[in-house]
Design a protein. Structure first.
Length: 470
């Protein structure tokens, strides 16, 4: 098996620390790459700092060309990249293809947004001392960016850091998850073929100790982290003076109101509940259902869950496969068993087979149960009834998290009330919270994070305003 080299500021290298990548589905070796050590990271930092001023001077036209070239190359290599991503993550191939398509779109969005870096003019004659003066505000690249991406969307969540950095004119060093580095390193080959100055991008798998230097080193001016709340908030404490953007977890809820159209919502709810085995930050984990629809919805979702086809993620008929590793599967199993012991009722599923968890539905869950209160990150959902929309909103808000929420309703006043009162970063109408578009502001409140992604919004964190008073 030919090793995949890591990307250090325009140079593909190997190190003396080999990283073997195994399939979560059958534990077969699917790739070999390397871990960067402190010296490799320092080399990447130095190269990035050398090209920082050059990046600042690149025209929007040139940046747009580079980003469009990357997007086009991803189209050319879509199926190959999807197979690599599927093999390393156990993401069913159809979902892997969809992720590559989203990455294509994200670079295309960045190719447009780099032409719209904000500029402002403000009048200053609001007071007598401002007479005859005016203000011109330009936004400049913040400097070196540190990006840390997770395993569950190993390419597109990395792209949501890389593409805005290129568009904003910032060098970036990105650490992919050690379990799923291969697809991101394939992206490095595509980026290397462009005219982007060497040193602007480094993609470095690292162990946790070396990777933590992305957090603590003051030469980084922005840390963009996607991952668990426990790790993310600790990083913020260690980050010093740099800006920090945290895209963390959640236990996203979906309200199914009295006016909802049951036939239309079911396929969306199945997807939200069980796509990629629930290993999605905006996994539809809690369903809050109008009491008259409750029994019918539980039964309908159960029947759809039982139809889901488990198997090899590389086969097109596969709809659900293994979790990223057995350690996480054991954790999910323990949480399910704990909930059942505390009085939850198992509707279907509930069993673990190695690192595979059957699609699981629980009712009679309580806020003290981990499957309800924490981010399960597995194919497990809790369903509960409600009687008034005020009660439903209170149930949704009874959480330390606040990422996104789905609301199925055909009552506009009810929707407006949910939008005004639910404590989340995004409300999704007539769809599950799992829906995301790559140009939209994406992020959460409370324990779910700090700041927003989405290309334009990520760029704003990578830019600093400077005013000229004339």
């Amino acid at each position: 098996m030919t090793p995949t080299l890591i990307y250090v500021g325009g140079e593909f290298v190997k190190t003396n620390k080999q990283l073997d990548v195994f399939s979560p589905y059958d534990q077969e070796l699917v790739g070999v790459t390397y871990l960067a050590d402190v010296n490799i990271l320092e080399n990447a930092i130095q190269k990035a700092l050398v090209v920082k001023e050059e990046l600042k001077q690149i025209t929007s036209y040139k940046k747009s060309q580079i980003l469009k070239q990357i997007s086009d190359s991803l189209i050319t290599h879509k199926l190959k990249l999807a197979e690599i991503l599927s093999a390393e993550s156990a993401k069913p191939i159809n979902l892997a293809i969809a992720e590559i398509e989203r990455s294509i779109q994200t670079f295309l969005i960045a190719a447009e947004e780099c032409k719209r870096v904000p500029k402002e003019y403000i009048s200053l004659d609001w007071t007598s001392s401002g007479t005859g003066k005016e203000g011109i505000i330009k936004y400049f690249p913040i400097g070196l960016v540190a990006g840390i991406a997770p395993f569950n969307f190993p390419l597109n969540l990395a792209v949501h850091k890389i593409a805005p950095a290129i568009a904003a004119g910032c060098p970036i060093i990105l650490k992919p998850a050690s379990a799923t580095p291969l697809s991101c390193l394939e992206l490095a080959k595509i980026i290397d073929e462009t005219d982007l100055p060497k040193g602007a991008i480094s993609i470095l798998p690292m162990d946790r100790q070396t990777g933590n230097l992305l957090v603590t080193d003051e030469r980084f001016k922005l840390l963009s982290f996607t991952g668990s709340p426990v790790v993310g908030w600790k990083m913020k404490q260690q980050a010093g003076k740099k800006k920090v953007v945290l895209e963390l977890g959640g236990n996203a809820a979906t309200i199914i109101a009295e006016s909802a159209t049951m036939e239309e919502l079911l396929p969306k709810c199945v997807m939200g509940a069980f796509a990629y085995s629930g290993q999605i930050c905006i996994h539809a984990q809690r369903f809050v259902v109008f009491h008259k629809h409750f029994k019918a919805f539980v039964e309908a979702l159960k029947q759809e869950a039982l139809k889901l086809q488990y198997g090899n993620p590389l086969l097109k008929q596969t709809q659900i496969s293994n979790l990223i590793d057995e350690e996480n599967a054991v954790r999910v199993e323990n949480w399910m068993n704990e909930a059942i012991a505390m009085g939850a009722e198992l509707v279907c599923g509930g069993k673990r087979h190695g690192s595979y968890i059957e699609p699981t539905i629980l009712i009679n869950c309580q806020p003290t149960m981990k499957v309800y209160a924490e981010e399960v990150f597995g194919p497990v959902v809790c369903i509960e009834p409600y009687h008034t929309i005020e009660e439903a909103i209170a149930k949704v808000n009874d959480s330390v998290y606040g990422l996104q929420c789905g609301v199925f309703t055909n009552d506009i006043k009810e929707l407006d009330k949910c939008f005004d009162e639910i404590e989340v970063g995004g409300v999704i109408h007539n769809h599950v919270p799992t829906l995301r578009f790559d140009q939209m502001p994406y992020g959460g409140v409370k324990e779910s994070g700090l700041g927003r992604e989405g290309v334009k919004y990520a760029m704003l964190d990578m830019l600093e305003p400077k005013i000229l008073i004339k």
